[in-house]
Design a protein around this ligand. Structure first.
Ligand code: FAD
Length: 503
């Protein structure tokens, strides 16, 4: 069959959009992007607060669920992932962090040190233009007082104890996603994009990938190859469904193995986190009657000026600190949300409040993604390494003490969850096991590395297979110390050039 395409990119998410743009800019030929979800043309994507209504909606969220987590007393967790143009960059909170230079140096992957990746971050930021959030709530602004000598206008950094308002990929109060920054410019350069095109498996002949098969049975060929950008859950899932992975597991799942690659799906990890809820009149945002006039005005205010409550991306700021207060670099990140979040099963309580969490920057625990006859099993492996729970508990207690001592002025409210019933370290530990979640930053399931056990090479090729590259959050050997959108875009941005140059 003659092929119309030189490259097929699977997934128009944070990385996939950047890959398509890179391929187009470097004249790689005819590029087709296949996205399972719909277009991103809805006000909920553009409006920063809109993510609240998209999460859990199966049209735009894959709504994955984890396997029961033994470290969390057997609880399962929601794993939201964007399912539309822009992928998770169309549903996320837009917090912008590169991570620490030491994160990338620590990967020990040739070509991916800080010196290698920093210029790509510069180029990505030229397009995304992340800036300090304007119009943050007074509570968020007050966070800069958490640590002495903190410049109130400086954006916190994972290298040092710091707190305040974060930077976001927002422009005039509107989301600027990977689709805005990369995909639409790529389309202007001739890239073709198909939505509603879910890839069911890869087509291979011998050890070469020649194209894809869509869920509706349509077969598409790619002369030069396929770039897999379906994310840290979607990319390994697609490889497993195509017969690439641990051969024993594949046979058990009723799939004929094409290549025995035990590393596929291994090394799954995320930033675990646990929070504190505060509630009281005159504090943060919420559905309290006192705020109804502001909510009533909010849609028009946002539409006309990009300001108001609906311009809040929910997370507005936070900080980085050492859980035990040591001089060592920060090992936890806090996200601050100046909204009363549900914590007692009442989603729509008519109250005001605020919320802060603490997440581990560099978790030691690892889980795995597997395919069985029952379907996809996503084991996040939370607290499998007990030291993670130790550090998170210490960080949670320190965050609580920091907020108790902060100058929050008239906006201060009492802690209502967990409240005074959880006071000792032992009680905090049990509470965290019972309530912890993740920051929605799964990575690592197709780790890149030079060693033979890494399924992806430093050149982003699936090991031992021709015509297939992987470029998304799945290739990170270890999660970066902060939010993962910018690093995912950086990976996609570098991949586009790298793949075009390889051709
Ligand atoms: C709710 C939420 C909030 C977050 N908040 C932040 C934040 O504030 N800051 C931050 O830095 N990070 C945040 N993150 C994480 C960040 O958005 C992700 O790490 C990043 O977007 C991952 O990029 P990716 O390219 O690997 O995957 P994605 O952006 O998820 O892209 C994968 C794409 O592939 C598509 N796809 C999957 N399978 C198939 C298939 N079989 N066929 C065709 N298409 C397919 C998907 O629909 C999706 O469009 C958040 C994530 C979520 C879910």
């Amino acid at each position: 069959m003659a092929s119309a395409w030189d490259y097929i990119v699977i997934g128009a998410g944070s990385a996939g959009c950047a890959v398509a743009h890179g391929l187009a800019r470097h004249g790689a030929g005819a590029v087709l992007v296949l996205e399972a979800g719909p277009s991103d043309r809805t006000a909920l994507v553009k409006m920063p607060f809109g993510l609240v209504w998209m999460l859990g909606d199966r049209r735009r969220d894959w709504c994955y669920r984890s396997a029961p987590q033994s470290g969390l007393g057997g609880r399962t967790l929601a794993i939201p992932r964007g399912r539309m143009l822009g992928g998770s960059s169309s549903i996320n909170s837009m917090v912008w962090f590169r991570g620490r230079a030491a994160d990338f140096d620590g990967w020990r992957v040739p070509g991916w040190s800080w010196a290698d990746v920093a210029p790509a971050f510069d180029e990505v930021e030229d397009l995304l233009k992340p800036t300090r959030l304007r119009g943050a709530h007074a509570l968020t602004e007050a966070l800069s007082g958490l640590f002495p000598d903190n410049d109130p206008d400086a954006i916190p950094h994972p290298d040092r104890e710091s707190a305040g308002v974060f930077a976001f990929n927002l422009s005039d109060g509107r989301r600027r996603s990977a689709a805005d920054a990369f995909l639409r410019p790529a389309q202007a350069l001739g890239v073709t994009v198909r939505t509603g095109a879910e890839v069911a498996r890869l087509r291979c002949s011998g050890d070469r990938i020649g194209g894809v098969v869509l869920a509706d049975g349509t077969e598409l060929s790619a002369r030069c190859g396929v770039v897999l950008c379906a994310g840290a859950i979607g990319s390994p899932a697609l490889l497993l469904a195509s017969g690439f992975g641990p051969a024993g597991d594949l046979r058990d799942a009723g799939i004929d193995p094409v290549a025995d690659l035990p590393g596929i799906g291994a090394n799954l990890h995320d930033h675990p986190g646990a929070g504190l809820h505060y509630e009281g009149p005159g504090s943060g945002y919420g559905l309290a009657p006192a705020l109804w006039p502001r909510w009533a005005m909010a849609p028009l205010q946002w539409a006309l000026s990009g300001r108001g409550i609906l311009a809040s991306p929910t997370v507005e700021g936070g900080g980085f600190f050492n859980a035990r207060g040591d001089a060592a670099p920060p090992d936890v990140q806090s996200h601050f949300i100046p909204f009363r979040l549900p914590h007692d099963g009442r989603k729509h309580a008519l109250k005001q409040g605020y919320f802060a969490d603490v997440c581990l920057c560099r978790p030691a625990s690892r889980g795995a993604l597997r395919l069985s006859r029952q379907g996809l099993e996503i084991d996040l492996g939370l607290f499998r390494d007990e030291s993670d729970l130790d550090t998170l508990t210490a960080g949670w207690l320190r965050l609580r003490a920091l907020l108790a001592g902060a100058d929050l002025g008239s906006h201060r409210a009492p802690e209502i969850s967990p409240g005074p019933a959880v006071a000792t370290e032992e009680e905090a530990r049990a509470h965290i096991r019972a309530t912890a979640g993740t920051a929605y930053h799964p990575v690592g399931t197709l780790r890149m590395g030079q060693d033979g056990s890494a399924p992806v090479t430093p050149g982003l090729r699936l090991r031992g297979v021709d015509g297939l590259w992987v470029a998304d959050a799945s290739v990170m050997p270890a999660v970066t110390s902060a939010n993962t959108n910018a690093p995912s875009m950086m990976i996609g941005h570098r991949a586009g050039r790298l793949i075009a140059e390889a051709a």
